[in-house]
Design a protein around this ligand. Structure first.
Ligand SMILES: Nc1ncnc2c1ncn2[C@@H]1O[C@H](COP(=O)(O)OP(=O)(O)OP(=O)(O)O)[C@@H](O)[C@H]1O
Ligand SMILES: [Mg+2]
Length: 129
């Protein structure tokens, strides 16, 4: 079952963090892994809000070959022109540190990003035991 959280405000980013923490606990992730996936979720939710102009987070438990959580962040913002550049540490089009996307990738077991300039961005991550 997938749960959707709309991301419109920084309060929604906090709600994403809280729900991801709860699901990670339900999946039986260790405290370290819970914190990894919550941190990644927080960065991606912030990007959805800041650059995407808002969007959604779909959160689901995975209970197959792996036990964990899968998260999809989607927006209909401007998209990312150069995904390789965006993933590089230190790359930011704002005054950010440019660590969010690369950090989220390193903290995840699965990481996929689809972005179409002018259409939007979708990032899916998973963290499992
Ligand atoms: N959802 C998105 N839509 C459009 N552009 C995005 C999106 N997410 C990331 N980007 C682009 O990728 C760049 C890198 O993102 P990243 O999260 O790594 O760094 P940052 O947000 O600039 O800084 P930090 O996250 O460290 O505060 C952003 O500066 C922005 O240009
Ligand atoms: Mg960021």
């Amino acid at each position: 079952m997938t749960e959707r959280i709309e991301i419109r405000t920084s309060q929604d980013v906090l709600r994403v963090r809280q729900r991801v923490r709860a699901l990670a606990i339900e999946a039986g992730l260790s405290l370290v892994d819970q914190t990894k996936v919550v941190t990644a979720a927080s960065e991606l939710a912030r990007n959805t809000l800041e650059y995407g102009g808002g969007g959604s987070a779909d959160i689901e438990l995975i209970n197959g070959a792996h036990h964990g959580v899968r998260l999809t962040f989607a927006d209909e913002g401007p998209g990312i022109k150069d995904i390789d550049a965006a993933l590089r540490d230190g790359f930011s089009t704002s005054d950010g540190l440019g660590l969010g996307l690369g950090g989220a990738k390193r903290l995840s077991n699965e990481f996929k990003i689809d972005s179409v300039p002018g259409k939007g961005t979708r990032v899916t991550i998973a963290r499992w035991k």
